[in-house]
Design a protein around this ligand. Structure first.
Ligand code: ZN
Ligand code: ZN
Length: 130
């Protein structure tokens, strides 16, 4: 009996109940550690804003969610210095900073991430949450 498969979510877009595969837009507090290998991301906190049953529902809501947050979508790259989505100022990604991501994961004993895409990063002056 896999209890975790019984967890259900309600889609913020179409109100459908769903489980297992979740599409979510969330806000995170993280930094990137650049080492000799592939860069590592240290996440100190992450808060789901809305979750959806499908990528289509996420795409439908993406714009409104970010509008509510007051943050324009400006997908950053993956370097040590990226541009703030709000003011265009520099964000040192090796220091903890606010990020907006959309991700797809499979619910289980340990959530398994399928995809993560960054929507925006904010500089220390523009962040509303710390
Ligand atoms: Zn939906
Ligand atoms: Zn800024």
């Amino acid at each position: 009996m896999d209890e975790h498969s019984l967890v259900t979510y309600e889609c913020f877009c179409c109100d459908k109940l769903f489980s297992k595969r979740v599409f979510e837009i969330s806000r995170g507090w993280e930094r990137v550690i650049f080492g000799p290998g592939y860069p590592e991301i240290e996440i100190r906190g992450s808060l789901g804003i809305e979750c959806y049953c499908s990528e289509l529902c996420l795409e439908t809501r993406r714009h409104d969610v970010m509008l509510d947050e007051g943050v324009p979508i400006k997908r950053p790259g993956f370097g040590p210095i990226e541009a703030c989505a709000k003011c265009g100022g520099l964000v040192d990604t090796t220091e903890f900073h606010l990020t907006y991501i959309e991700h797809e994961y499979i619910v289980g004993v340990v959530a398994q991430t399928v995809h993560t895409r960054y929507l925006a990063v904010l500089c220390t002056r523009c962040r509303r949450y710390a």
